[in-house]
Unconditional design. Structure first.
Length: 294
């Protein structure tokens, strides 16, 4: 059996998480137009009859503006040391300074690297080949593959090409495992995604979502999710006038949860303001949610 670890790296908003979901043909990573949506390293496990590929979704590498940005960059750098690197570039935006910065990090790793031109459905076909010719001069990319992660174009070809570079190795995960993160982590992320979608730039990434309770009652699953913010005005934004926005968050998140869990879901969401991080940490420990501290 062929197996290996494949890192998905690139600037924020180039479509890394969308590509991961497309590769696995199911949603395990949240997506958003808001920069820095992905804050954790998420593994998505692809299995077929002769291979296992562990795809690693990473936070977008960028010029950090604060400690969180630096921390997310460090997380992403760790994953560059994998068997193969998929370097994602937004074909519509073109190759910029941020991409050059990431490429220098890739050169230091000296790992087999595929340049993945994403969002090619948004550019003129005539411009694609000249773009590939120019980018090919920048580095000895093993492959340059145009894709549309959102539409799934060329995703199967990408998987087949990756398999050609993998070595015979052990199977790292059972076939039943699709990701390295917990069920509760994914549930909380689905809720956070909807908050980011519906509030756009009004709510920063200090918002945290935690599953307080999960009760499988057979035909229905009761889930309670707590949304933690660090300022009272953010709480008001997320709740919305007369509770309208938090209700919409619940409706949209429930759709994803029912597809993910395969059952009807009753989802309750509420918002709490905890301004001091140490107080937030104490709260997580008190409720046995220490995984969220990692």
């Amino acid at each position: 059996m062929k197996s290996g670890f494949v890192s998905i790296v690139g600037r924020p908003n180039v479509g890394k998480s969308t590509l991961l979901n497309s590769l696995l043909e199911r949603k395990i990573a949240i997506t958003s137009d808001v920069s820095g949506t992905t804050r954790n390293i998420i593994e998505g496990i692809y299995n077929d009859s002769d291979s296992q590929i562990i795809f690693i979704d990473t936070p977008g590498i960028h010029k950090p503006q604060n400690k969180l940005g630096s921390y997310l960059n460090q997380k992403a750098y760790i994953t560059i040391d994998s068997d193969i690197i998929l370097f994602i570039v937004d074909a519509k935006e073109g190759f910029g300074k941020g991409d050059s910065f990431i490429l220098e990090k890739i050169k230091e790793s000296n790992k087999p690297t595929f340049l993945i031109l994403n969002k090619v459905d948004k550019i003129e076909k005539e411009s694609l080949f000249p773009m590939i010719e120019e980018l090919n001069k920048l580095y000895d990319f093993k492959e340059i593959i145009p894709v549309s992660a959102l539409k799934g174009d060329n995703v199967v070809d990408l998987i087949n090409t990756i398999k050609k570079y993998l070595k015979e190795d052990i199977k790292y995960y059972d076939d039943s495992v699709i990701t390295n993160v917990s069920r509760n982590f994914l549930i909380a992320e689905f809720v956070r995604e909807k908050i980011l979608h519906l509030t756009h730039d009004e709510v920063p990434h200090t918002v945290n979502c935690l599953v307080e309770s999960y009760k499988d009652k057979g035909s229905i699953i009761d889930i309670s999710v707590l949304v933690i913010v660090d300022r009272e005005n953010l709480k008001k934004i997320i709740i919305g006038k007369g509770g309208s926005l938090i209700k919409k968050v619940g409706i949209e998140a429930r759709r994803d949860l029912e597809e993910f869990l395969g059952k009807q879901v009753f989802l309750e969401t509420h918002v709490k303001t905890i301004e001091n991080w140490r107080d937030r940490e104490k709260y997580l420990v008190e409720f046995g949610l220490t995984d969220e501290l990692k």
